[in-house]
Design a protein around this ligand. Structure first.
Ligand SMILES: [Zn+2]
Length: 390
């Protein structure tokens, strides 16, 4: 049974509070002194963000290298086709594929956890291990998805949209390319009746600002994956107007095409020059929560789950700090009030939970003992991460 913990010297982002009290997995108070009996953790002036939301990943595809066989593609269909003859022949695919699925999913979740992403929209089938207490992140469960028109065809896509409860997001890869066929997918989805206020298009690279304005008028949102888009197409979606309307969430996609993790994805997004740092922070917090229909996520408020990311103040503002940070800088990540990744064991001791020492990108870090045990048991080889004594 873990005690209530008050985190002091915390600069709580979006709440103008200098402390945060966690009890029973939730935020119990903001800006209050520790209650009698509380354990206390000093965060030394760290910025405390809500746990970040990664709006698009394929968790099981994060033990692969970034792969492509042409310098630039015109359409993701051609990239997918380039994989087909190689699944059974290319060692860069065969090796990662030989790793059992639970280990691959765990690695994808660990990638997210270490970057402060505590909630992930996984664009593939759910797996029973997502519910284990030692699974590193929350996986969005109240959502439906289709792969794409190209992979599944119009009938299956339209049926999937019709089956989706109106209050749940429905997510599909669309307009993933720069050619006319990619651009035509928005019209095809409209004709199928698949564009509603719960529709989220992943990528949307081929759509010009006027097309996006029309989609936004229907309530459609974008899951933006600029690193993947740049890798495959040398181009990305026009997001400035959409982001100003709160209709964009950021996704890392998997390492087959995307950035190393969500923090790296944020830097790639900033490098496009389309969205400023403050807006980028919203794309991984409140705007992502609104688009994914996660009313409890993306903010730190009394009563909300205590999912958070603490980063030392690397810059004057929280948003600039987020863009400057790597996973080695992370001070603390909590999921449901439980420390999972930190730079010192104090938060684990305060919470009454066991910790294991690790090294991440050359820096001494601490993982929850349960996650470290699972990592060792599954034999996951996350680049840059070693368990001390392993
Ligand atoms: Zn994807």
């Amino acid at each position: 049974m873990s005690a209530a913990v008050t985190y002091l010297n915390a600069r709580v982002v979006g709440a103008a509070a200098d402390s945060l009290r966690v009890a029973r997995g939730r935020v119990a108070a903001l800006g209050e002194r520790p209650a009698p009996g509380d354990a206390v953790v000093d965060l030394d002036g760290a910025f405390v963000f809500p746990g970040l939301i990664n709006a698009h990943d394929h968790l099981q595809l994060n033990n692969f290298a970034r792969l492509k066989w042409r310098d630039r593609y015109a359409n993701a269909r051609d990239w997918i086709a380039d994989f087909q003859p190689r699944w059974a022949a290319d060692p860069r695919l065969l090796g990662p594929l030989a790793v059992p699925l639970p280990a691959r999913l765990f690695q994808g979740a660990l990638k997210n956890l270490l970057s402060g992403a505590t909630t992930v929209a996984h664009h593939d089938p759910a797996h029973y291990t997502f519910h284990r207490r030692d699974f590193p992140v929350r996986v969005v469960s109240r959502m439906c998805y289709s792969h794409s028109l190209g992979v599944q065809g119009e009938r299956a896509v339209a049926a999937a949209y019709r089956r989706t409860p109106r209050g749940w997001p429905w997510i599909i890869h669309a307009a993933e390319g720069v050619d006319a066929a990619a651009a035509a997918e928005a019209d095809a989805l409209a004709a199928l009746g698949c564009l509603g206020a719960n529709t989220l298009l992943v990528h949307g690279v081929a759509l010009h600002p006027a097309a996006w304005a029309a989609l936004a008028a229907r309530g459609v949102g974008l899951v933006w994956c600029p690193a993947s888009n740049d890798f495959l197409f040398g181009a990305t979606a026009p997001v400035a107007d959409l982001a100003a309307r709160g209709r964009v969430a950021l996704g890392s996609d998997s390492r087959l095409s995307g950035a190393a993790d969500l923090l790296a994805e944020l830097r790639c997004a900033a490098a496009t020059g389309q969205v400023d740092a403050a807006a980028l922070l919203r794309l991984v917090t409140i705007d992502a929560a609104a688009l994914l229909r996660l009313p409890q996520a993306g903010r730190l408020a009394v009563g909300a789950p205590a999912d958070l990311l603490a980063l030392p103040a690397l810059a004057a503002t929280p948003a600039a700090t987020l863009l400057a940070a790597t996973r080695a800088d992370v001070r603390l990540v909590l999921v449901a009030g439980q420390p999972r990744y930190a730079d010192a064991p104090g938060a684990f001791a305060a919470n009454g939970s066991a910790a294991s020492r690790a090294t991440v990108d050359g820096r001494p870090k601490v993982l929850s003992a349960a996650i470290a045990r699972r990592l060792a048991h599954l034999g996951v080889a996350e680049p840059g991460v070693t368990l001390d004594g392993a």
